[in-house]
Design a protein around this ligand. Sequence first.
Ligand code: NAD
Ligand code: USQ
Length: 404
Amino acid sequence: PRSDAADAGKGQRVMIIGGDGYCGWATALHLSQRGYEVSIVDNLCRRQFDDQLGFNSLTPIKSIHERVRKWEEVSGRKIELFIGDVCDYEFLGATFEKFNPTAAVHFGEQRSAPYSMMDRSRAIFTQTNNVMGTINVLYAIKEFAPDCHLVKLGTMGEYGTPNIDIEEGYLTITHNGRTDTLPYPKQGGSFYHLSKCHDSANMLFCTKAWNLRCTDINQGVVYGIATDETMMHPDLINRLDYDAVFGTALNRFCIQAAVGHPMTVYGKGGQTRGFLNIRDTVQCIQIAVDNPAEPGKMPIYNQFTQQFSVNELAGLITEAGQKLGLSPEVISVPNPRTEAEEHYYNAKNSNLKDLGLEPTLLGDELLDTLMKTVIDYKDRVDQRLIMPGVNWKESQSVAKNITK
Ligand code: NAD
Ligand code: USQ
């Protein structure tokens, strides 16, 4: 069947770990709509972080229970829900036994770099949650579903910003006359990004030691809100973060422009990253699920479609905003992070395109739709949450609170 056919996923049982989050929710619905049997595993810690720090999603999101009920009503398809922590092996093992997945897509980690740099305990939480969770998933696959294909979300930030081209996971090096293909050097720029480097090393080891099927996906920064399924009913709407801890560059700039807050370019703004639309996230994950890794080999995909510097993004959103009658402004904020602000960046991204990805590139029309959706919810924005409050150099052992 074609990849968007109603029975494209026939026979596949996909466990979406982190399925209540931004990427996971959109992916769960995308696959469910195409006939994959989907379950969601999530401990809802992302919602708790918002409660603890006084943040909120731009869009009013429903509880996961209401979301899944509404999805069944709208689509006639069931999503099985398992509420629990992947760091709890008893829970995870029982979930694997019950659902018996053919593929597990692992989004379920603490994913904010600023959160991981708030203080010592959040640094430790991030690495414990992420690294331990992934080790548990690897054990659960080995023990309960050895043929299950793990599709694990990593990040482009694992590579840092080296002064050479970024390959897709592996680099062939000739050293003192001998040649080998080795994991590409990793230089994460926060305790969060480093947790993904550690995950990648652990996965490669387990793939080889236990002959598992694992795919490591180094995703760039995701932007956008709409996917066909999440827009089918207001109760299915996805989350969109705009605060300085969980909000990411392009999404934040759109929201800032919509509420008349200057766009917050950190430092010189030459920081360049790979970006992709959330519509492409769901497409890429379907492609990865449909192409299981060979046992014992770990393919790595760089999952992004376009590169932009932060200054380029601010420029694009200024133009899009002006077309809608807004007057977007840009300010340079002292960079709270430790990162290169001017650097070489050229990352490969052909593996997913070779497997059939048709990118949704950032154009006028797309920015226009995104801006309009954001404007619809702009009254929900608390502008006090926009300026950054977490500084890499000031991270310390005393617990930090963000107060508005
Ligand atoms: P998110 O925070 O919106 O979603 C993550 C979900 O995982 C949340 O619902 C959370 O409750 C859940 N979770 C976290 N720890 C868990 C645990 N121990 N047990 C069970 N559930 C747990 O994040 P997102 O933006 O959807 O990102 C999903 C994945 O993709 C992450 O691994 C992230 O690192 C990666 N990624 C995201 C982006 C991006 O721009 N959003 C870019 C590249 C990579
Ligand atoms: N930036 C600004 N202004 C802002 C916000 C960010 O200039 O208001 C800059 C940052 O300094 C950084 C770049 O934009 O140089 C990207 O920052 P970000 O917050 O958009 O993204 P990042 O912290 O890297 O993290 C996000 C997700 C993470 C994912 C990562 C992909 O939160 O889960 O792994 O994007 S990547 O960047 O490719 O590693």
